[in-house]
Design a protein around this ligand. Structure first.
Ligand code: ADP
Length: 334
């Protein structure tokens, strides 16, 4: 049975790829972003040109890469993938740009981490579809202009605030992807279960959705872990009780907070008396990069009403104290 063999061979990474939505209609949630993008793409198609450059911002796992792939698929063009950290030298970008074919979509993930010389080259490429390649060093250096085929840049970032003004201004359309609500995650889970051939009940999907941190990638990951449990300890069918039991084994709490979320909350409350405390201090306390705490943990904890960002630093809300089983001091924010 080839399906069974594929199951055995496919790692989680391949499974994740198989769960990606492939068209705008297939994409669940983000209704505004979808409608706006649909117009951007349809307008360009109507006029027979390449669409404006698109910036997608939002926390990890919300579908930015999937959306970039969908943009290329909807346009019927190829997608070239790279990332900000991979473009360390302007030459890396020049090579990438000179290989583009008219209409291609160039996807740059983590575009806020692009090195300055590459970023400056990108300005010209985005605006005029050309680059100036500098050859040689010192007084003998010459700059050779190179044509670039008209393309659409899709940039993804977890920190749109970290983008320089000139780069941000060159995107014709910026979409902010927000966390998904539980009913949307439930639909994503049921769709994924269909693709994976897993029997997932409605109540069970609700249970998993509620603990997915508003994030499709996490929802799909939890589904795979619950499936393991259902296959190994039960008859493979995911009921609400099976989902609950499995999530308990993996330490996923009611809100879906993960280890780092809990560590941040605990440090904020236990070590810093609920704050205010600066994000870098908080990051040191949990042994993480400040950017991880700021871009991965905080957006969800803020959205979940656990922490508040104030000019003086991060502050734990009363809900955060309660989450840790502690009594909030009277001055804690509601
Ligand atoms: P990002 O680039 O924002 O980190 P991805 O596009 O890589 O996120 O999405 C992570 C995973 O989540 C994908 O493999 C896909 O399975 C799933 N996913 C994301 N958004 C959706 C969606 N709207 N509908 C269904 N699945 C989604």
């Amino acid at each position: 049975d080839s399906a069974v063999t594929a199951e055995f061979v496919a790692g989680d990474g391949d499974i994740e790829a198989s769960l990606r939505p492939t068209s705008l209609d297939d994409f669940i949630g983000q209704p505004r972003v979808r409608e706006q993008l649909q117009l951007v793409l349809a307008g360009a198609k109507l006029r027979g040109g390449t669409p404006d450059h698109v910036l997608l911002s939002g926390p990890p796992g919300l579908g930015k890469t999937s959306m970039a792939m969908i943009i290329a698929a909807e346009l019927g063009t190829a997608l070239r993938l790279t990332s900000g950290p991979a473009l360390e030298r302007a030459g890396d970008l020049a090579a990438m740009l000179s290989n583009l074919v008219e209409g291609d979509v160039l996807f740059i993930d983590e575009i806020h981490r692009i090195a300055r010389p590459a970023e400056e080259m990108l300005y010209l490429a985005m605006e005029d579809f050309r680059v100036d390649v500098v050859v040689g060093k010192g007084p003998g250096a010459t700059s050779i202009p190179l044509e670039v085929a008209p393309f659409t840049l899709v940039g993804a970032t977890t920190r749109s605030g970290a983008l320089t003004g000139p780069l941000r201004d060159r995107f014709g359309f910026t979409a902010h992807m927000d966390f998904y609500d539980p009913p949307e995650l439930q639909r994503i889970l049921l769709r994924s279960a269909g693709i994976l051939g897993v029997q997932l009940g409605a109540e069970a999907s609700k249970e998993i959705a509620g603990r997915s941190r508003g994030t499709p990638r996490i929802a799909n990951r939890l589904l795979r872990r619950v499936r393991d449990y259902a296959d190994v300890r039960a008859d493979g069918i995911i009921t609400r009780d099976i989902a609950r039991a499995a999530l308990a084994v993996y330490d996923v709490d009611q809100l879906g907070l993960d280890r780092l979320d809990r560590a941040v909350l605990s440090a904020l409350v236990r070590s810093f008396g609920g704050g205010p405390v600066g994000v870098s201090t908080l990051a040191v306390a949990v042994g993480e990069e400040p950017s991880t705490v700021e871009e991965v943990c905080e957006p969800f904890l803020v959205r979940a009403g656990m922490i508040a960002r104030t000019p003086r630093g991060r502050v734990a809300t009363a809900a955060a104290w309660e989450q840790l089983g502690l009594t909030a001091p009277p001055e804690a924010a509601a």
